[in-house]
Design a protein around this ligand. Sequence first.
Ligand SMILES: [Zn+2]
Length: 278
Amino acid sequence: MAFGLLLGIGCATNPDTNKRQWLVLSDAREIRIGRTAKPKFIKAHGGLLPSGKIQQHVNAIGVKMADQTRRKSLPWEFHVLDSSVVNAFALPGGKIFISRGLLSKLRTDAQLAGVLAHEVGHVAARHANDQMVDAMGFQGAIILTGMAKRLRDEDWLNLLGIGVQAGGTVIILGHSRENELQADRLAVQYMAQAGYNPRGHLQVLQVLTKHDPNHNAKLEFLSTHPLIHRRKHRLETLLAMKYPDTRSYHNGSESFAQIILSNLVKLPPPKHTPERNH
Ligand SMILES: [Zn+2]
């Protein structure tokens, strides 16, 4: 489909996953809709955490993860939201967010790298594109490819299910089970390549298992309650096979304590504290 290929859409092999994908979302469009959604998204989550030191540290580790991907030229950004929810998410185009609630439960740079690398994995594997193709069916995706140029950014956001409702509730579609497992596999790979202990990602899942699964049950990391045990099991197997000895990898518990935890305690309470719904 020459028309589609000129726009960077059509069928292509993803270099991060080696899988064939039907692309409806070009890089340029993906970057633009991420930029469009970002300010609304930040506003709906209490704004950015008011600590330059924490933001810089999170961004620096995030960029190291993004550098491991074949999409490293995207305008990657990593931010901490001033929200007590326990979550992390990726907007299309490489805008990654971790909530203060999740950050405060972590204890090492390797665990932080795990959260960020998982979100980076969703972007590298173009899971936003897959969500659209899945939602529309293959026929619909082909039609969408033909219409791609005429759709507005807001149309794409609606199609992706990314939006902020009147009450301030943020809607973002969960990923499929298979995509969650793929993001975990990619996360571990990026972490190890960058020198971070890949076990850090497993530790994050262990922390989340202890967290109340009814709280924000629809959101990314916690949409997973039945799935989280399967993700843990798969990760344990993968780590035992590929990284049986992780002693030489970096954990970074001291830098995490000095830069993240010591500055978190100085801050006023989170601006965004949604009510618990149980
Ligand atoms: Zn995920």
